[in-house]
Write a protein that binds this ligand. Structure first.
Ligand SMILES: *Cc1c(COP(=O)(O)O)cnc(C)c1O
Length: 313
């Protein structure tokens, strides 16, 4: 069966071959070299600022979101959370759970964020902004330039959940001035689930050092210290990391993420055209600003199950 979901997605043959092997022992120079290469390639593909780092956490994407809230936000920080769906809501719940000060900007499901929603909070002492670049629940891609400009003007540290957007949508960490960018193994990286990646700017590294360490497993301090020599503090999802290495090297050989990005854009255009051209189309598009990663459809007079079964066939 073809899998059209946002993740896990189908993997290429070379990745699947790695997935079928036993995991090697990982406290070795060979594995350290793989990890150091993974870090270099990720920072390169994200166009991260000089002296940034990338850490690899063995967790789903949500673990990296939680790690960001625990390690990058202190009790003195005042955060803005953009909440336009279930992933925005997840950041809200994480701030709540970890007792971080926050204000949420609610975006209507499937709607783009507007300048005036942000401007309301201008000059109010906010220090951090959390956003899901692609709010996958509605398939919405936020206007990152608008958000980045606001953060730049207000000297606000920007944390970007690009879990579904990396590769699928245009993303340049330096151009955005983002302090942290999160992605995951099972979306457009197209390998098995199990690894979440966080790129950290020098300012993010300062925050990690400044804040108290309040957890062990998701501690960025520990991940960074071990990462210096290409290692992780605990047993990682070794095979998924080897798959990531094959995938990143494949992208590098193909000339970077641009070509893969184009393929995804092309596929989304074709799919959306197909949906629009369906006779008596049973669907409406949910989002006014669609990410290339996912096409969110609202069914008219049909059940989701019957749509799923039609698509499956
Ligand atoms: C998939 C996704 C996540 C993480 O989900 P997990 O199930 O924890 O991997 C987080 N944010 C966004 C925007 C996503 O698309």
């Amino acid at each position: 069966m073809l899998n059209f979901t946002v993740g896990p997605v189908m993997s290429k043959a070379d990745v699947l071959e790695i997935g079928g092997q036993s995991s090697p022992y990982f406290r070795t120079t060979e594995f350290s070299n793989v990890m150091l290469e993974n870090e270099r390639l990720m920072l390169d593909f994200l166009n991260a600022p000089a002296d940034s780092r990338c850490i690899f956490l063995t967790t789903s994407g949500t673990g990296a979101m939680e790690s960001c809230v625990m390690n990058l936000l202190g009790h003195d920080d005042k955060a803005i959370v953009i909440n336009g769906g279930s992933f925005g809501q997840r950041f809200v719940e994480l701030c709540e759970l970890h007792d971080r000060k926050y204000t949420e900007i609610k975006c209507e499901f499937g709607r783009q964020i507007k300048a005036k929603q942000l401007e309301k909070y201008s000059g109010c002492g906010y220090t951090t902004l959390l956003v899901n670049m692609g709010e996958t629940s509605s398939g919405t891609l936020y206007d990152m330039q608008l958000i980045a400009d606001f953060c730049h003007r207000e000297h606000i540290f920007l944390i970007v959940d690009a879990i579904s957007s990396f590769i699928a949508d245009e993303l340049d960490m330096s151009a955005l001035g983002a302090g942290a960018v999160i992605t995951g193994s099972q979306k457009a990286l197209a390998v098995h689930p199990g690894i979440a990646l966080v790129a950290l700017s020098p300012e993010a590294l300062e925050r990690v050092n400044r804040n108290d360490e309040i957890c062990m497993y998701l501690s960025m301090k520990r991940a960074l210290k071990n990462g210096d020599r290409g290692q992780t503090p605990f047993t990682p999802a070794v095979t998924t990391l080897l798959e990531i290495n094959a995938r990143l090297k494949g992208l590098k050989i193909a000339g970077g993420v641009a070509i893969e990005h184009k393929l995804i854009v092309q596929r989304s255009i074709e799919f959306r055209k197909f949906i629009r051209c369906m006779p008596k189309s049973p669907f409406e598009f949910v989002s006014e600003s669609m990410s290339n990663a996912v096409t969110s459809l609202h069914p008219k007079n049909v059940s989701a199950t019957s749509i799923f079964n039609t698509m499956k066939e």
